[in-house]
Design a protein around this ligand. Sequence first.
Ligand SMILES: *Cc1c(COP(=O)(O)O)cnc(C)c1O
Length: 401
Amino acid sequence: MIEIPHAIRQAALALQRDTEAPLAAYLYDLPALDAHLERLRADLPERVELYYAVKANPDPRLLGRVAAVVDGLEVASGGELDLIAPWRGEKPFLFGGPGKLDEEIAAALTQGVAALHVESAGELERVIAQAEARRQAAPVLLRLNPRLPAAMRTRLTMAGQATAFGIDPETLPTVIERAKASRWIDLQGFHVHALSHQLDAERHLAMLDHLLDTCHALAQHHGVTLRTLNLGGGIGVNYREPARQYDWARFAAGLHERLHHPALREGQLRFELGRYLTAFCGYYLMEVMDLKRNHGQWFAICRGGTHQFRLPPAQGHSHPCIRLAGCRTLPGTPALRQAEVTVAGQLCTPKDILARDCPVETLAVGDLLLFPLAGAYAWNISHQAFLCHPAPRFHYLEERP
Ligand SMILES: *Cc1c(COP(=O)(O)O)cnc(C)c1O
């Protein structure tokens, strides 16, 4: 099981003492985030750039801590572009994602985007038009959707198959030639974000070998100098077995071994990670409001729910959770002992389940349930307006007490 820092337990109880109504909250451990990011950065070769994919968690307080360590930020909407305004000029940024508006392309160019990730032949024409209107060449990486051996795929694969993302191998030659021929495109290299939820560093490295070879062959064939190769994000977090996480040290060592690959001879390798950077620093907290037994199963009905923490149903898992003895547990309140309990929220739908059959030594109304690994794709992917419940509280641990 996961170790919960003492400071997080203390903060959870302080929040409960401080709230009259039953509590739902997010807690962010910012010193733990700093330590995690610094370790990741320290293991990487210097020539490898680490960007943050803002969509994983755009919380401005987190962003500030992340931006201080990473080499740059990756955004995929006008809203995210506005959000990173405080770091403009300080940290380079990339603009990607499908369905870019002309006004977003224009804003990214005006604000000095380090690279636009172009998703299609049609989008390339719109970038050319915007660049020409500004009389300023647009820095571009073409996003590829290359063939991918089946053994390399994960649960969420965006490349090597029919998805909305990237440029197909069949149309790619024409698009590369068009980009090369336009004086308004500064073609800096290629971008591939092939999959998410990669938990195995060896398999990840094997996929990178395949992508390095593919990109090198393409660049050779078309006479493109690869100044930048962005191989995306996609490192997973193991929610089912929290003690077994991705082997970052192995990944970083593997990158050191690959720096001599011909695809990297003239340029830099870049990653844009989301989930793996921020997931570990976040916790979602729910207070138990009711305990009941239905058709042979125990249910804990808790404040909040999947409209605040959609991650478990979105990923189809039962999220690990830890019980904390609440400070308003009333003596004499019936408590469960040595039971397995399913954790439900306040929504009127049977889909509002965060964890199933969690073993508890004891559990009472007024206790707290703490869900770790909630710092990425959690609050910001949730259907917050459903049933008009209020937002959870947010608490940020700024430093270790
Ligand atoms: C979502 C996304 C990322 C980040 O993915 P993670 O799995 O969170 O690391 C990176 N690049 C692109 C293009 C994305 O869409």
